[in-house]
Design a protein around this ligand. Sequence first.
Ligand code: AMP
Length: 113
Amino acid sequence: MYDKNNIFAKIIKGEIPCEKIYEDTEILFFKDINPTAKIHVLGIPKKPCSDFSDFIKKYDKNTISNFFIITERVIEKLGIKNSGYKIISNSGKDGGQEVPHFHIHILGGERLS
Ligand code: AMP
């Protein structure tokens, strides 16, 4: 069950500010408030979905592929395409997910362990 009042839902609605990297009608990329790497950006679809599986199950192929195509463009925009990066999506309790709106972390800008 999607929690409509989670913090990323509030960011999407503009109720909470964020440092935007990329935005269109469907997708938002913004800086993580508590970065764990020199570059730490979060990417979210604006449509409600609580985690990776929920995103894949609820939406059509166009929506899903567009999210990952834009992710690749954002990586290029961040200037880390050649130096390397990690894409992580935490899911559920064992995955350590804190915010129950599907998101990816893009980490880079330095050598990551
Ligand atoms: P996760 O454990 O994958 O759910 O990670 C949630 C991430 O959201 C963490 O890295 C937090 O630092 C980040 N975060 C929480 N609140 C905000 C916010 N208001 N703006 C930007 N990032 C946030």
